[in-house]
Design a protein around this ligand. Structure first.
Ligand SMILES: Nc1ncnc2c1ncn2[C@@H]1O[C@H](COP(=O)(O)OP(=O)(O)OP(=O)(O)O)[C@@H](O)[C@H]1O
Length: 474
């Protein structure tokens, strides 16, 4: 067959193939390719024919070039490329050697895989959703409690709920202790819901937010003309509003001393008198209090009345910090991801590495911090998958590195990093692990599932990182 016929055949193959066939010489100069196929890279023929693939890489038009990889590795290779035009392309390259064994050409085939890739992503998301539903079904089957929006899985919280719900129908005063954001108000509301007062008001008073000068009038109310600026018809106080129901005093440790004495009297007598009023009225309420302060210490220091403390302390319940009941963290994350997605009609998911970091985080701000962070991440992350890189650095910094390793691999799939560098980085870390754990290159080969010569090659490749290579006793 003469050269002209061969040339025509080759040209026809390139033109009619479903793949983008690209041929480069030993220097990476593009000799042939079909113009139609380069549109996926957002390039026109004059931008690549006769150009070097290295140059195209530098210009960010190919990231990375399969032909460049084959030129370097001198063996067939396959990569996924994320193009400037947003396509996902699978490229496979083969070296062509002459009779002397020198590499003279590289032939590569590229196929647009965007639709398959998207389907795979959708499938992964569906898989995660199904897992989420499975967890929910398990929860509903009783493995966890889901009661009055209280989600608990830990044994300690299940016991606490059992105790408080056990006394919910009595009128015993309950004191909820624990750091901020652990769910004291939530538990208080749940006690009310379980009590016989369920249909009556639940009045929540945050003692730290009412200025001392207004406290008395807010709590006890006042009669017409009680003081300058008082409302014309007087005002019902918060205790009066709780008549028949539950009065929940949050941050009770913040109560001014003078108010402590008045509150003690109300608790003992269940009677109040409005400011400027002439007669006392009986109020039927159940009292629940909460604080994140150490009341014992405050009593010792003389800033909290001992007699009031005894009154409030009838059933003390200590709610532990989230870091002391880590089993609750996964269901809380799942719940708030689902809840926020539903609330804003979104479909964001947490990458498993992100999820792992959050599950192991200490959560100093407890459930409130968790709830706020999940909501913020879902609202402010543009991508549908939330990666560790989206987490605040204070949380990312707590990770031991394993998750960072996992997500850097995923980032490569997102095309946000240079694929070649990412793969090299991952390879280097795996080889480092093998290097630390194995005595010989044969053991390393077994450990890594590659041949021993490949181990030698890779150790040489990263010699700056490892120093001298391992000795081979065999
Ligand atoms: N077990 C739970 N399941 C789901 N959400 C919860 C749970 N416990 C608390 N939360 C949520 O966490 C947030 C903080 O809870 P809550 O206000 O009850 O804490 P707190 O201990 O009373 O805080 P503070 O001491 O600051 O008043 C709320 O948005 C609440 O809905």
């Amino acid at each position: 067959m003469d050269n002209i016929t061969l040339e025509m055949e080759l040209q026809k193959i390139i033109e009619t193939s479903n793949n983008n066939i690209t041929i480069t010489d030993e220097k990476g100069i593009i000799l042939r390719s079909h113009p139609d196929h380069w549109s996926i890279y957002g390039m026109k023929p004059d931008q690549y024919i006769g150009k070097s693939v290295y140059q195209l890489e530098e210009e960010g038009l190919l990231s990375p070039s399969i032909n460049a990889i084959v030129l370097k590795e001198k063996k067939p290779s396959r990569i996924m490329q994320h193009t400037k035009t947003g396509r996902v392309v699978m490229s496979t390259g083969y070296p062509v050697f002459n009779e002397e064994g020198s590499l003279v050409r590289v032939i590569s085939y590229s196929q647009d895989q965007t639709e398959i890739w998207k389907l795979q992503e959708q499938y992964k998301q569906l898989e995660r959703k199904v897992k989420g539903y499975q967890t929910e079904v398990e929860e509903l089957r009783g493995k966890e409690f889901v009661q009055h929006s209280i989600l608990v899985r830990s044994a300690v919280m299940q016991q606490i709920l059992k105790t408080v719900h056990g006394v919910a129908k009595t009128d015993a005063n309950i004191l909820l202790l624990g750091p901020s954001g652990v769910g004291k108000s939530t538990v208080a509301r749940s006690i009310h819901k379980k009590s016989n007062r369920e249909k009556e008001p639940f009045i929540e008073v945050n003692c730290s937010t009412i200025p001392e000068s207004l406290f008395e009038s807010e709590i006890f109310g006042y009669e017409h003309g009680a003081f300058t600026g008082a409302a014309k018809n007087g005002k019902q106080g918060l205790i009066e509003q709780a008549d028949g129901g539950t009065l929940f005093l949050d941050e009770v440790g913040e109560l001014p001393m003078a108010m402590q004495a008045k509150l003690l009297k109300v608790i003992q007598e269940k009677k109040i008198m409005r400011i400027g009023g002439k007669k006392e009225q009986h109020i039927d309420f159940r009292l629940i209090t909460a604080t994140n302060q150490n009341l014992d210490k405050m009593v010792e220091q003389g800033t909290f009345r001992l007699d009031l403390y005894y009154r409030l302390h009838v059933i003390p319940i200590q709610i532990p910090a989230l870091s002391e009941r880590k089993e609750d963290i996964p269901i809380l994350i799942q719940h708030y991801v689902q809840h926020t997605n539903d609330k804003y009609q979104m479909e964001k998911t947490f990458h498993p590495s992100t999820y792992d970091i959050l599950v192991h985080y200490e959560w100093p701000g407890n459930i409130r911090e968790l709830e706020n962070l999940v909501e913020r991440l879902i609202l402010t992350t543009e991508e549908t998958t939330i990666y560790p890189k989206h987490l605040p650095s204070s949380i990312r910094g707590m990770d031991n590195g394993e998750n960072q390793e996992r997500w850097s691999i995923e980032q490569e799939a997102e095309g946000k990093q240079d694929l070649k560098k990412t793969l090299e980085e991952v390879e280097k870390r795996l080889i480092e692990k093998a290097y630390q754990q194995c005595k010989t290159t044969y053991e390393m080969a077994d450990y890594l599932g590659i041949s021993q010569p490949s181990v030698i090659y890779k150790l040489k490749k990263y010699k700056d990182h490892f120093g001298d290579t391992k000795t081979n006793p065999c």
